[in-house]
Design a protein around this ligand. Structure first.
Ligand code: 5RP
Length: 225
């Protein structure tokens, strides 16, 4: 799948999930390029009269939603009916997320939603998750969490925009460790181990989160439930 075919697949996936959103609902707005297609599609529906409110999961999602004309709200004001979010990898209902470093807020919103619709292109689907797990850490915990990740069998790497830059800082002011564990046959066990580490704000393993996965191709969309 070349880059333009992949972009087309993402667009189809995003628009397919957006088409499921019903009038009068509150929608969690995910982050990343595939979720952005869903947000823009929802914006077009809002222009046409769809009455929804959105809860963005990141600075990026908020900007796109404002641009698209979607009225926004917060988790302090209302419950979430449905969230639409991307993934870096999925094996069915389990996801690795956080390629954009937004997984902490994404997990809060996605977990609060009655239903999570994941949007992805087919390159993200695997039998066993093996994508490096992003871990958002408090800056003071960067070294202790990295040491603990090594003890758990992972290879942590501090996220930088490029080799010459300082660290990437999350929307919450924290650092991101991308942790390569190789194949992860027991994501639930690893997720529990990572959540227990002091200084971990959130990790990118979303175990049993997806209610539906909309996988786009260049010509079509398949929906897994
Ligand atoms: C951001 C995420 C994204 O949803 C994930 O990285 C997928 O992004 P894209 O749709 O651009 O491939 O988890 O933190």
């Amino acid at each position: 799948m070349n880059q333009s075919e992949r972009e087309e697949a993402k667009r189809r996936a995003g628009e397919s999930a957006a088409a499921e959103v019903e009038d009068g609902t509150v929608v969690g707005l995910g982050s990343g390029s595939t979720a952005a297609h869903a947000i823009r599609a929802l914006g077009r529906e809002v222009d046409g009269g769809l009455d929804i409110e959105g809860i963005p999961t990141s600075f990026q999602a908020r900007e796109i939603a404002i641009d698209a004309g979607i009225p926004l709200t917060t988790l302090d004001e209302t419950a979430v009916d449905v969230a639409i979010d991307g993934a870096d990898q999925f094996d069915g209902a389990d996801l690795v997320k956080g390629g954009g470093g937004a997984h902490a807020r994404e997990k809060i919103v996605d977990a609060a939603a009655d239903r999570l619709l994941v949007v992805a292109d087919p390159t993200k689907e695997v039998d066993v998750l093996d994508y490096p797990v992003p871990i958002e850490v408090l800056p003071d915990a960067r070294t202790t969490v990295a040491d603990a990740v090594r003890r758990l069998g992972g290879q942590p790497e501090l996220r930088r925009a490029d080799r010459k830059s300082g660290p990437v800082v999350s929307d919450n002011g924290n650092l991101i460790l991308d942790c390569d564990f190789g194949a992860m046959p027991d994501p639930a066990g690893l997720a529990a181990d990572l959540s227990a580490l002091p200084g971990v704000v959130e990790h990118g393993l979303f175990v049993d989160f997806a209610d539906e996965v909309h996988v786009g191709t260049e010509t079509d969309v398949t929906v897994f439930e």
